[in-house]
Write a protein that binds this ligand. Structure first.
Ligand SMILES: Nc1ncnc2c1ncn2[C@@H]1O[C@H](COP(=O)(O)OP(=O)(O)OP(=O)(O)O)[C@@H](O)[C@H]1O
Length: 342
């Protein structure tokens, strides 16, 4: 196993005047055995970052080290990594066993050893009964497990996952998420996992890197990222519905955006007076969308309450108060959290 160190990583596509820089100096230290998720919206550069660690993309600047070895100039096959892709990339004409064994055969691992490693991985992933089937005879979830099995048998220092769950339906995705967690607990292999799905990121990550337009906005545990977002971008990206970000809250310091999560607004006899515009019933909870007119300002505020609370009527006035200690302050010019480091 090994740590991964990213030092001032830069990526440019193209050259000269048409060069397009898509990664702008990422620094991160991923500990030996850690499970780190790279999350961010489409186009933010997460796949590019992962592919640079894999050696599938060249690094334009900076240094990537796996363990104590700088790998910038090493071929993917020399990096001691295994990658699991979104589309599984299984060989259709080979059995499950042969798909899992293929990399080992190429590496001239002895036959007995291959058999033992494939059997062990098949047992962990519960795909033993399918070893003689072809990929087309498997469900999407089973194929995804074969793809993971192929990575496991190589006993790499590092696992790289590129949106491996996005082709699965919601139920299977949730189940496979649990299996990946279990796998990581059992094998303890350093893992980098790319997703655009914040729920996947929150549930899988020991720490997560939140990317925005080629910049790493925050690197922290799910709790840190949710409870102390480093910027308005992170505050809005993590959490559904997102944090309310108010440009002109009364009593706020000048040039400050005030953030309050929808679940941290309590309905009170007085407070911020919202006009209810929409109510959504989501089962265990209810979302109320209210317009807050105060001074020159006109802002939409989302309130999340338990389903048991009385349902607000459209058009009624609803007063809410942020819960003490749950208010976030961001710099209006930069979007950065104001009490960072405090
Ligand atoms: N081969 C390429 N040539 C030029 N630009 C590229 C290339 N690959 C990616 N890009 C650009 O780099 C940026 C980052 O792309 P990347 O695929 O890493 O984003 P992503 O966060 O993984 O997005 P998605 O979730 O949609 O896959 C995008 O603006 C993309 O258009």
């Amino acid at each position: 196993m090994a740590s991964i160190t990213l030092t001032n990583i830069i990526k440019r596509y193209g050259a000269g005047k048409s060069a397009n820089q898509v990664i702008h100096g990422v620094n991160a230290e991923i500990a030996d055995g850690e499970f780190v998720v790279i999350v961010g919206p489409s186009g933010c550069g997460k796949s590019t970052l992962l592919r640079m660690v894999a050696g599938l993309e060249e690094v334009s600047g900076g240094e990537i080290a796996i363990g104590n070895r700088v790998v910038n100039d090493l071929e993917p096959s020399e990096r001691d990594i295994a990658m699991v892709f979104q589309n599984y990339a299984l060989y259709p004409h080979m059995t499950v066993f042969d798909n899992m064994a293929y990399g080992l055969k190429i590496a001239k691992v002895p036959k007995d050893e291959i058999r033992a490693r494939v059997d062990k991985a098949a047992k962990i992933l519960e795909i033993g009964p399918f070893l003689n089937r072809k990929p087309r005879e498997l469900s999407g979830g089973q194929r995804q497990r074969v793809a993971m099995g192929r990575a496991i048998v190589r006993q790499p220092q590092v696992f790289l996952f590129d949106e491996p769950l996005s082709n699965l339906d919601a139920k299977l995705r949730a189940q496979t998420r649990l299996e990946i967690q279990k796998l990581h607990r059992e094998l303890g292999i350093t893992s980098l996992f790319v997703t655009h799905d914040q729920v996947e990121a929150m549930t899988l990550a020991q720490r997560m890197m939140v990317m925005n337009a080629g910049v790493m906005e925050q690197f922290g545990t799910p709790e840190e990222v949710y409870n102390r977002p480093a910027s308005t971008f992170v505050a809005a990206f993590m959490g559904s519905p997102p944090m309310n970000l108010l440009k002109s809250a009364p009593d706020a310091p000048p040039d400050t955006i005030v953030g309050v999560r929808p679940e941290h607004l309590d309905i009170t006899p007085s407070g911020w007076a919202l006009t209810v515009e929409a109510v959504e019933m989501l089962g265990a909870e209810r979302l109320t969308y209210g317009r807050w007119l105060h001074g020159q300002a006109d802002e939409l505020v989302i309130v999340r309450t338990e389903e048991a609370c009385a349902a607000p009527e459209l058009g009624q006035t609803l007063c809410v108060t942020p819960r003490p200690g749950k208010i976030h302050h961001f710099d209006a010019a930069t979007g950065k959290r104001k009490d960072l480091g405090a």
